[in-house]
Ligand binder design. Structure first.
Ligand code: GLN
Length: 253
């Protein structure tokens, strides 16, 4: 078995240690004897040389408005078809904050610039600048029921239905009628600090505002992404004492 992680725009979207998610996925897979290859994809990458089936897990991190503005045209012009085909075919992906926003209809940045998105998630995002405060702080949320009881996730899960992390975003995301929230906020802001939703899930792709990086204190989510990418349900054990302690302590923040 081989896990091929497509790490998109590492030079533009890597805020608050989001690249740690790729390191955690690699570590956790290799601890189970799974070969891992990380393929970095950015503005200079000719994506036509890559077949969607060669990659079985896509990761994109977050970034400031300026970085999003620098890369979104390449995303739209050169990577959109690959990602749409990959996602519609059931490809597994994790998109954090700034990249999560760009999977929706559009992101209206704090300076009023409108960055068109990939229209994969049914959502839109608006940053209200100084009219509304940034969403900053620790987050505790509860996975939606379907995600929590998804067979692969529930088989591997030993923590429960909570996800914890840290958020820092000006953009407020509003889900459309076909937008399924990843989780419900218990503590923190989440998508928009109004409707108590956090993130979005579509097919096998997760969008979330959780930095931290998200997978550091949510090993159950990390293992789910690996298992789903490889079509397996059983893994050998890993000593997760530190991660589990960090997760449980985060519930009390
Ligand atoms: N620039 C976007 C915002 O402020 C995303 C920030 C991030 O990725 N943390 O909402």
């Amino acid at each position: 078995m081989k896990l091929v992680i497509g790490y998109f725009y590492p030079d533009y979207l890597n805020l608050y240690g989001d690249d740690g998610n790729v390191q955690i996925l690699k570590y956790r897979a290799e601890k189970r004897g799974i070969e891992v290859e990380v393929v970095e994809v950015s503005t200079t990458t000719d994506i036509s040389l890559l077949q969607p089936k060669e990659i079985n897990l896509v990761f994109m991190g977050g970034g400031p408005d300026a970085s999003q503005k620098d890369m979104y045209q390449d995303l739209l012009s050169n990577k959109k078809t690959f990602l749409k085909n990959y996602i519609e075919a059931g490809g597994v992906g994790l998109f954090i904050c700034g990249s999560y926003q760009l999977l929706g209809d559009y992101y209206k940045a704090a300076n009023g610039d409108v960055l068109e998105g990939l229209k994969i998630f049914d959502l839109y995002t608006i940053s209200f600048g100084n009219k509304k405060p940034r969403c900053i702080g620790n987050v505790v949320c509860e996975l939606n029921s379907a995600s929590r009881h998804e067979p692969t996730f529930s088989h591997l899960n030993s923590i429960g239905g909570t996800l914890v992390g840290f958020e820092n975003h000006g953009g407020r995301t509003y889900l459309g009628k076909n937008g399924t929230p990843l989780a419900t906020i218990i503590k923190g802001h989440g998508n928009n600090s109004e409707d108590h939703t956090e993130g979005c899930i579509y097919k096998n792709v997760i969008g979330s505002y959780l930095h931290g990086p998200i997978l550091a204190r949510n090993p159950h989510l990390a293992d789910y992404l690996i298992a789903k990418s490889l079509g397996v349900t059983d893994f050998g054990p890993i000593d997760d004492t530190m991660a589990l302690d960090a997760h449980r302590l985060s519930l009390k923040l």
